[in-house]
Design a protein around this ligand. Structure first.
Ligand code: BES
Ligand code: ZN
Ligand code: ZN
Length: 484
């Protein structure tokens, strides 16, 4: 992605760029805006007065003057701002710049006097980079956007950190946006290995034989119906010094979910290429971690597979055995994610991590509960749950705690095996979380991103275009950096 952010010591009016972006605060030009206005002989003030532009938060007024293009952005009232609002503002500015094909924009470091220029530079840069993302690979004639943003009076190192995180988000979005005929489990593994090569991570990839030899019977049962072979992917980041902690990330990696013999209706099958959004999030997070180098060890695991129908696909009524020895009665082949995750969690547990955070597009039930923009957070360990929730707040990703109601464990009792893969419809997301917790032998948090992992329309999320959102990358990275 040729979208870049840098900083300058100069003011907006001093930096030569075809577009200048300044704020309207409490209905008036900001200080940067007034400097720019005097360099333009008061043109901005006059136009602002004549216009009906009130400067409400997130609105903008585009003013193409003969000498320069100006974008006035509304910051609403003078008081009461939250730092995170600068991220959504950055997204909107980037959208305006990219859609107009502008190559360079000098942007005011909004609210720097209120929050400090380091924090405002970081959050604004995140928004600009997130908002400039486009997936143009399969559009003949379309070029990927090119734009450079220069934050006036900004703090350089903060924008570099933002860029490292957002490159992880871009990667996650790219992986989700790839069509499922391209991004098979084999291709997902290849991309993960490529990231490892480029960043110095270790990568290990296992195929069908090793998966079966390790006793990953639950994962294998889902995978074996497809002609596209499964790949179990492990990425390892080791700090230079002795790590203070060992952390594990696990992501659901269904490169396509037809539902299997419990077949999905056609409408529900649309967007199921995004059923690997959890895997994309952990791979994206690992890319950022490799760049940011925290003092903790991080391992990411993805049991990549495709849920298909064939003569060798698994059935309803099958009983399978996971790596930790537990037997599972399969009563719905569309509840496949938890089967692949059962083995990924059991495998991750063998390393005795201090914490496992798992992220998956797991249940439609969670979307019913929380809608398309909010992820469900299920904590088997309270302190870990709070830490992940806090990280999400700081990262500007919406998550909400859901109960791991122990009474509902009854609903997963099987007549013939240790557990069954579905219970009742009511509280389905909670039952799914309880199921997963049976296979995680370490402090455990589950994030259900079935809603926010994929945006069917632009209105479905605040940080970029429709398609893969990269949800989770920012939360995971923030959580890991706060452990160090
Ligand atoms: N991948 C789906 C969950 C999903 C639904 C993700 C909508 C994104 C948007 C998952 O594998 C699934 O099909 N879950 C079933 C579980 C049920 C059979 C217990 C569901 O939610 O209906
Ligand atoms: Zn499914
Ligand atoms: Zn699924």
């Amino acid at each position: 992605m040729a979208i870049r952010v840098k900083t300058t010591r100069r003011k907006v009016f001093e930096h030569e760029a075809p577009m200048r972006v300044v704020a309207v605060l409490g209905g008036e030009l900001s200080e940067e805006g007034r400097w720019l206005d005097s360099s333009l002989d008061g043109a901005l003030g006059r136009i602002l007065k004549e216009s009906r532009f009130k400067g409400e938060f997130g609105t903008s007024l585009y003013i193409p003057l003969p000498e320069v293009q100006v974008l006035l952005v509304g910051l609403g009232k003078r008081r009461g701002h939250r730092l995170g609002e600068l991220r959504t503002l950055g997204v909107k500015i980037a959208d305006a710049v990219v859609e107009r094909g502008v190559r360079e924009a000098a942007v005011e470091n909004f609210l720097a006097e209120r929050f400090g220029k380091r924090e405002t530079s970081r959050v604004l840069a995140e928004g600009l980079l997130l908002g400039g993302y486009r997936f143009t690979k399969y559009q003949s004639g379309a070029k990927p956007p090119r734009a450079r943003f220069v934050i006036a009076q900004g703090y350089g190192p903060a924008t570099e950190r933002a860029a490292a995180v957002v490159e992880g988000v871009w990667l996650a979005r790219d992986l989700v946006n790839e069509p499922p005929n391209v991004l098979t489990p084999i291709e997902l593994a290849r991309r993960a290995e490529q990231v490892a090569r480029e960043t110095g991570l270790e990568a290990r990839v296992l195929g069908p034989q090793e998966i079966q030899e390790l006793g990953m019977g639950a994962y294998w049962s889902v995978a074996k119906g497809s002609d596209n072979e499964p790949r179990f992917i492990e990425l390892v980041y080791r700090p230079e010094e002795e790590p203070a902690q060992k952390l594990a990330l696990v992501g659901k990696g269904l490169t396509f979910d037809t539902g299997g013999y419990s077949l999905k209706p056609p409408e529900s099958m649309k967007t199921m290429k995004g059923d690997m959004a959890g895997a994309a999030a952990v791979i994206g997070a690992m890319k950022a971690i490799a760049a940011l180098k925290p003092p903790v060890e991080v391992r990411a695991y993805v049991a990549a597979a495709e849920n298909m129908i064939s003569g060798h696909a698994y059935r309803v009524d099958d009983v399978v055995r996971a790596m930790n020895g537990k037997t599972i009665e399969v009563l719905n082949t569309d509840a496949e994610g938890r089967l692949t995750l059962a083995d990924a969690l059991a495998y991750a547990s063998q390393q005795e991590p201090d914490a496992i955070v798992e992220i998956s597009t797991l249940t439609g039930s969670c979307v019913v509960a929380l809608g398309r923009e909010v992820a469900g957070l299920f904590a088997a360990d309270e302190a870990l749950g709070r830490a992940v929730q806090r990280a999400a707040e700081i990262a500007g990703e919406k998550v909400w705690p859901m109960p791991m109601e122990p009474a509902y464990k009854e609903l997963l009792k099987s007549e013939i095996a240790d557990i069954k893969n579905v219970g009742t419809r009511e509280g389905g997301a909670i039952q799914a979380a309880l199921f997963l917790a049976e296979f995680a032998d370490a402090p455990f948090v589950h994030l259900d991103i079935a809603g926010p992992g994929f945006a069917s329309s632009k209105e479905d999320h605040a940080y970029g275009p429709a398609g893969g959102t990269g949800f989770g990358v920012r939360t995971l990275v923030e959580w890991i950096l706060r452990q160090g």
